[in-house]
Design a protein around this ligand. Sequence first.
Ligand SMILES: Cc1cc2nc3c(=O)[nH]c(=O)nc-3n(C[C@H](O)[C@H](O)[C@H](O)COP(=O)(O)O)c2cc1C
Length: 220
Amino acid sequence: MTDKNKPQGDTFAALRKEYVQHTLEEGDMLDNPFDQFNRWFDDAVAAGVPHANAMTLASADSRGRPSVRLVLLKGCDHTGFVFFTNYDSRKGEELAQNPHACLHFSWMGMERQVRIEGRVVKTSAAESDAYFASRPLGARHGAIASPQSQVIPDRQTLEQRVAFVAREQGEQATRPAYWGGYRVIPERMEFWQGRESRLHDRLQYRLLPHQGWIMERLAP
Ligand SMILES: Cc1cc2nc3c(=O)[nH]c(=O)nc-3n(C[C@H](O)[C@H](O)[C@H](O)COP(=O)(O)O)c2cc1C
């Protein structure tokens, strides 16, 4: 076996790190999970965690086959977690078939992760319009021109489409119907803090009918 074909298991095994930065106690947690999320989000930004608002979005098609990708969190309040995208993209099609999603934040600079699960609704047209209008002009032209997730012949085709939109619409570029926001309305939110010897802290909020949010500790 040549070196090139040597199994890389040793390299992976050598990447072993203890998580020792923080602990997570029930008494540290805010009553409302959205407030708790915003507190951790602010911590991540203050600590300089790169791309703190980048989150993995998992969707699944009608047969339950999953797919994931990164999107940017553009809002979090007591109504849910908002991101924007192309409604005709692969994720858009999957969310139309199966309006449930899981979001995942990886803030490893703080040895933390957050998992959010819930149903998904489109944001109102007014909310999508307002966000679209706030984007730089180039990003607006790109969003209009790009048939996200479709096969295209080459890069040049894409650039020609963008140039066409820029010529036709200029500064007036308004949101097309196939582009807008989604809001994930959580039923479950888990806060994970890495601990020594893999005995991590995991505190989960779960929304119960008629009771509201309860908090539970999960085994690591
Ligand atoms: C850091 C980062 C942020 C991204 N943010 C978005 C976003 O907010 N919305 C979006 O549609 N795609 C975003 N993308 C691109 C997506 O990851 C993905 O390639 C695209 O949405 C198509 O996904 P789909 O084919 O599964 O629908 C981002 C990619 C990265 C790496």
